[in-house]
Write a protein that binds this ligand. Sequence first.
Ligand SMILES: C[S@@+](CC[C@H](N)C(=O)[O-])C[C@H]1O[C@@H](n2cnc3c(N)ncnc32)[C@H](O)[C@@H]1O
Length: 223
Amino acid sequence: MVGAQPCDVLDLGAGAGALTAVALSARHRLVAADPSAAMLHELVAATPAAAAVQCTAEDLPLRPASFDVVAVATAFHWFDPDRALPEIARVLRDEGRLSLTWTTRDKSVEWVRRLGELLRAVQPAALKGDWGTGSVANVERSGLFQPPEYAEFELTQQIDRDGLLGLVASRSYVMALDDGERRRLLAEVGALYDETAARDGVSLPYRAQCWRAALATAPRRSG
Ligand SMILES: C[S@@+](CC[C@H](N)C(=O)[O-])C[C@H]1O[C@@H](n2cnc3c(N)ncnc32)[C@H](O)[C@@H]1O
């Protein structure tokens, strides 16, 4: 059953387990799958109640019809849809749902737009905020799922000066800058923070774009 009742959830492309932790706290039963051993190591440390499986979405070592929900957070655009979608359909129960989410910083907020400009001066793709979601078209195109429903949610994270500088400094393209460039960028981000922040910091706004698709009616399973 899909809804408020605890159900069987596969967190696919689980990474370090951000979604896994939330789903566990809602009392669902979790299997977390990711190809990266390093990510799964972090996930197991943070959420020992989840069963961790090292695999790709294209080749799931999981029984047919064993999940009510396959949830993919900010990862579906990395999958090969022609191979991953049949695998996802195979492991879902008849009433199951595929859930796709992308959470991106909301660049319609003025200071986030200016932060994006500072970052794009060193990495043109930084904070574009619209990557990935085009891959949802593959879900309907596969014929394995009904047309996805869509919902959008806004959320904010309160962040202080060190938190913002740490977030920027931890981007791989910022780490790759030479010392002078990195110091200059962090000084500019610090100045933006000082101009923007209230006493308790700044609100970092995010937009979660969510799709949910039910399985198409039979025939749908190959094995
Ligand atoms: C941006 S992270 C998102 C992690 C987590 N879902 C979250 O929301 O924090 C994308 C994850 O997708 C995983 N990934 C990449 N290609 C994959 C594939 N073909 N099958 C399954 N997972 C994949 C990566 O290892 C990475 O952990």
